[in-house]
Design a protein around this ligand. Structure first.
Ligand code: UT7
Length: 334
C-alpha cells in the first residue's frame, strides 16, 4: 500500500554511473602494505578498486554519470530544476555542484553540494525529494560521487584496502504516483571520532594578538571494528523503520541495496532482516567502497543488467562517517 501524500509524488526514472579506468587489485596493494589477496577477500569481499588519476576530476566523473542518467530518463539537461551533489571529496571546498551544472549545460538548475559521507546518497535522495513533494521542482538530478583515493593514507593497511573512486546519479521526477514509499535518516556525533577526514589547524599569528588556525585536511582515520559494529546494529534498525513508514513487510522488498562497504556487513544486515542472499545487490568486489557513489553505481549496474525492473521495490541504506545512517524504500522506474 502506498502512503498518501498531500503534495506531489516522486518517480526514479533514470540512472547512470562512471568509474575511472585505472584498476588496482589486491595483489597490487600487497606490494604497498603488509596484506594479501586472501585476507582482503575473506574480510571484505573486495578484489578490485578503480582509482582516479591526477587528470580526473570529481566533476568529470559526476558529469558523465549524470549524462547517462539524464539520457535514460529521456529528459534534457535544460529540463533539470535542481542538482544535488552528495560528496565528501569535492574538487573545491566551496562546492562542485555548480561546476557540474555548467559541464552539463543545465542552465535552469540550481545546484549545491551535500555532505553526509557514505550516507550522502540516501540523505540526498530524501533532501531532493522534499523539493518535489512540495511542488517546487519537477526534475531533480541527484549525484553521489567521491574520490576517496585523494584522502586515503596509502600506508595504512586497515583503510587503504577498502576504498575506490566513482560517481553515480539518478533522475527524480514529479509523478502522480509516489515511488518514495518511506525513509528514515539519522545522525550520532558521539561516535564521530571513529571515522574522520579531519582538518588540523596550526596557529598562525597574523598580527600581534590576532591568531588564526591554518592547516590542512589529514588522511582518513578509522576504527574499523567500531564502524563494523555500528553498521550491523543500526542499518537493520533504520531499514525496519523505513519499512514501517512505507507500511510494507520484508517479503515485499525485491532488492536490498546497501552502501557497498564490506560483504560481511551486507551479509549480516541481510541475515538480520531475513532477506535472502539472491535479493542482495553487491558489486563491491569490483569497486570497493566508493562512499556516496556506491549505492547509485550498484543501482545503475543492476538496472542496466536487467536485474532491477520497473516497479521493483528497493530498500537502500547508507551508513558511515558522522556518524550518519539512513534508509529509503522506493520503487524503480516510471
Ligand atoms: O563506509 C563505511 C566505511 N567503513 C567501513 O565500512 C569499515 C567497517 N569495518 C570493516 O570493514 C572491518 O573492520 C575491516 C575490514 C576494516 C577490518 O576487518 P576486521 O575483521 O575488523 O579486522 P581487525 O581490524 O579486527 O583486524 C584483525 C587483524 C589484526 O591483526 P592482529 O591484531 O589480530 O594481529 C589487524 O592488524 O588483521 C590485521 N589487519 C590486516 N591484515 C592483513 C588489518 N588490516 C589488514 C590487512 N591485511 N589489510
Amino acid at each position: 500500500m502506498l502512503l498518501q501524500h498531500s503534495g506531489f509524488g516522486i518517480a526514479v526514472t533514470g540512472s547512470g554511473s562512471c568509474t575511472p579506468q585505472v584498476t588496482l587489485d589486491n595483489n597490487g596493494l600487497s606490494q604497498m602494505v603488509d596484506t594479501s589477496d586472501e585476507w582482503i577477500v575473506a574480510r571484505t569481499g573486495i578484489r578490485y578498486r578503480r582509482l582516479a588519476d591526477d587528470r580526473t576530476s570529481l566533476c568529470d566523473l559526476a558529469a558523465e554519470a549524470s549524462r547517462r542518467a539524464i539520457e535514460m530518463a529521456r529528459i534534457t539537461p535544460t529540463d533539470i530544476d535542481l542538482i544535488v551533489l552528495a560528496t565528501s571529496t569535492a574538487d573545491d571546498l566551496f562546492g562542485s555542484a555548480s561546476q557540474i551544472q555548467y559541464q552539463l549545460g543545465a542552465t535552469k538548475a540550481v545546484a549545491f553540494d551535500l555532505t553526509a559521507a557514505c550516507s550522502g546518497f540516501v540523505f540526498g535522495l530524501v533532501t531532493a525529494s522534499q523539493f518535489i513533494r512540495t511542488g517546487i521542482y519537477q526534475n531533480v538530478l541527484l549525484i553521489g560521487a567521491d574520490i576517496l583515493s585523494r584522502w586515503v593514507n596509502w600506508s595504512d593497511r586497515g583503510t587503504c584496502i577498502l576504498f575506490g573512486d566513482g560517481a553515480g546519479a539518478v533522475v527524480l521526477q514529479a509523478s502522480e504516483t509516489d515511488s518514495l514509499l518511506g525513509f528514515e535518516i539519522r545522525s550520532d556525533g558521539t561516535q564521530n571520532s571513529s571515522l574522520n577526514l579531519a582538518y588540523k589547524a596550526q596557529p598562525k599569528e597574523l598580527i600581534d594578538g590576532v591568531s588564526i588556525g591554518q592547516g590542512a585536511f589529514h588522511p582518513i582515520t578509522m576504527n574499523g571494528q567500531e564502524i563494523y559494529r555500528f553498521a550491523v546494529k543500526k542499518v537493520p534498525e533504520v531499514i525496519e523503520k523505513a519499512m514501517f513508514r512505507a507500511n510494507i513487510s520484508v517479503e515485499e522488498i525485491d532488492w536490498l541495496l546497501l552502501h557497498q562497504a564490506n560483504q560481511r556487513i551486507l551479509d549480516a544486515v541481510a541475515q538480520r532482516l531475513t532477506v535472502p542472499a539472491e535479493k542482495v545487490i553487491s558489486n563491491l568486489a569490483n569497486y570497493g567502497n566508493t562512499s556516496a557513489a556506491s549505492i547509485p553505481i550498484a543501482l545503475d549496474e543492476a538496472v542496466r543488467d536487467g536485474k532491477v525492473k520497473t516497479g521493483d521495490t528497493i530498500a537502500a541504506a547508507g551508513f558511515g562517517a558522522g556518524l550518519t545512517w539512513g534508509a529509503a524504500i522506493f520503487k524503480w522506474g516510471r
